[in-house]
Design a protein around this ligand. Sequence first.
Ligand code: 5RP
Length: 236
Amino acid sequence: MPAALSPIDKAKFVAARRAVAFVEDGMRLGLGTGSTAAWMVRCLADRVQNEGLRVTGVPTSTRTAELARQLGIRITSLDEAKWLDLTIDGADEFDANLALIKGGGGALLQEKIVATASDQMIVITDAAKEVAHLGAFPLPVEVIPFGWQTTRALVGETLGSLDVLGREVTLRMNGDRPFVTDEGNYILDLHLGRIDNPRQLSLVMNQIPGVVENGLFIDICDIVIVGHGDGRVDVR
Ligand code: 5RP
């Protein structure tokens, strides 16, 4: 274990290390995005270097691709790999049904495509991300830049007819400019407070023209590994 980790980094590290123990020789892996997923890439690189583990990774962002490349993990595209054995990724929230909110790091589109194209998805988190009801974390919705203000208005109107507490929709910014995803799109953050029917919300959001994808992951995650600051790990 790396020396002198803060409790939050230790929680992320132990969750990542446990998830990487599921990786077998020859696997094709989806590599998630974010600070927890970065620990997973480091733990995976450690096994590649020290055990001679042979794996091929499909990164879900340019950030993850760069880190994997730097650490000597072989990477390829999803089109090349076609199907994956396992994806390991972080999340912003998860509930008792292993439904997730993702996209805090802005990579939800590639993350959802890659996780859906995998036999199994393992999510790695710290304990603070477990919730009784999704929605305290703003739900990211990726939209194309063309007509994004009209799309935002439609998203707002649609929320009016759904069972959610809050209705505020904000454009994610990067300084004084819109945040732009790896796919060249914008992100709307939906401040909902509580989502009572995530499946319905996900389906309805994706029917709005201009919406590319939303950050609700329903029936995609198989296992959640929760790390704690004292080094304990729970598997859900
Ligand atoms: C990126 C994501 C991340 O997995 C999520 O935001 C969690 O990130 P972190 O591990 O840094 O808390 O969905 O799009």
